[in-house]
Design a protein. Structure first.
Length: 172
């Protein structure tokens, strides 16, 4: 799983570095395998996303399918987080209950809102990733998907952590 995580996180940089040597088809196939392997919690969605990338590669352009990897990952995460809001326990609540099994009602409401915020993030981030895949050159695609989007994820985590600390201190 560590290898899959490392490959997944380095995907845009790997594509930027290897695309001229390997070409888009081998990278598209590796990316499709990586999506299915990397996202075991949403295996069915991940396989559908991988098949969608292959379809784009076959019907439109292999490079577009290859660049669609971040779009597919955001789509799978969006679908998983959104589905958890309608059935079962929201993803963030599940994570919070690992540390605090007896989550109070205010905590349940808060984690639901955080799950909604992540849904919005995945929607916007996936949209930008789609735009860079379709319209930007490889350098811009790599910069956004391999650097900027990770910075935005770090901002989301940091912002949520600061909000949580503030809410906890005001309720104490």
């Amino acid at each position: 799983m560590v290898l899959a995580t490392a490959l997944s996180l380095s995907w845009p940089l790997s594509v930027w570095w290897l695309q001229g040597t390997l070409g888009p088809w081998p990278l598209l196939l590796i990316g499709c395998g990586l999506i299915a392997w990397r996202l075991p919690q949403a295996r069915g969605l991940a396989i559908l996303a991988a098949l969608a990338l292959l379809a784009v590669g076959l019907a439109v352009d292999a490079e577009l399918g290859m660049r669609g990897y971040p779009v597919a990952v955001n789509a799978v995460l969006l679908a998983s987080f959104a589905a958890s809001l309608w059935r079962g326990m929201p993803v963030i609540e599940r994570l919070a209950r690992l540390k605090e099994p007896d989550l109070p009602p205010a905590g349940v409401r808060y984690t639901r809102r955080v799950t909604q915020a992540w849904c919005l993030f995945f929607l916007i981030n996936g949209g930008i990733a789609a735009w860079t895949a379709a319209f930007a050159d490889l350098d811009v695609w790599t910069l956004y998907n391999g650097v900027i989007s990770y910075g935005l994820i770090a901002l989301m985590f940091t912002g949520e952590w600061l909000c949580r600390r503030r809410l906890r201190s005001s309720s104490s």
